[in-house]
Design a protein around this ligand. Structure first.
Ligand code: SF4
Ligand code: SF4
Length: 182
């Protein structure tokens, strides 16, 4: 048989909790109708960055794929050619995929990237209803074209030398491959 405390006091105490909570500030978020900005360093969707002339920073080295603990990245590199340059170096990432069904947004791939080609944005809305739509291709990850950029393939367009190009020193264009100018 229930004691006097259980039958009388406990229901009163329970309602006391309810009553106190009614006057507390609510923390309900109206997502997705109201979206709050994330912390500045929040790990969201990846981005493949570009140099200021629009060439891609990715050199197709696969270090990000090897660093990934979830095996979420697939990269196939290829050689830049005369008239077919996508990055300033010898190689570029011909195929680049991130599988967001596997990715745990840990950021280890970012740490591994030698050219800062790969960074993470604050975008977190990565849910979808099909497997295919959650495997992001290179076109889904590439940074948008900004003013002054030109869609690759094209020659390196900034800096008098390769070193100037990488240091971001503007000036005459780097001589095109095969030209006599040095
Ligand atoms: S954030 Fe982590 S899990 Fe996602 S692709 Fe990069 S290394 Fe892999
Ligand atoms: S994103 Fe960086 S680490 Fe990954 S293949 Fe490209 S250059 Fe290499």
């Amino acid at each position: 048989m229930a004691s006097l405390k259980e039958s009388l006091w406990d229901p009163v105490a329970g309602f006391g909790v309810t009553f106190r909570t009614m006057f507390r500030k609510t923390f309900t978020e109206q997502y997705p109708f109201e979206k709050k900005p994330t912390a500045p360093r929040f790990h969201g969707r990846h981005q493949l960055n570009r140099w200021p002339d629009g060439l891609e920073k990715c050199i197709g080295c696969e270090l990000c794929a090897w660093a990934c603990p979830a095996d979420a990245i697939y990269v196939e590199g290829a050689d830049n050619t005369e008239g077919g340059r996508f990055s300033p170096g010898e190689r570029y990432g011909r195929v680049y995929q991130i599988n967001y069904l596997r990715c745990i947004l840990c950021g280890l791939c970012i740490e591994a990237c030698p050219t800062r080609a790969l960074t993470m944005t604050n975008e977190y809305e990565l849910a979808d209803s099909t497997r295919e739509s959650l495997i992001y291709e290179k076109k889904d990850l590439l940074a948008p074209m900004l003013p002054g950029m030109q869609e690759p393939p094209h020659d390196m367009q900034l800096g008098a030398t390769d070193k100037d190009y990488y240091l971001g020193l503007t000036g005459a264009a780097v001589p095109a491959e095969g030209s006599d100018a040095k």
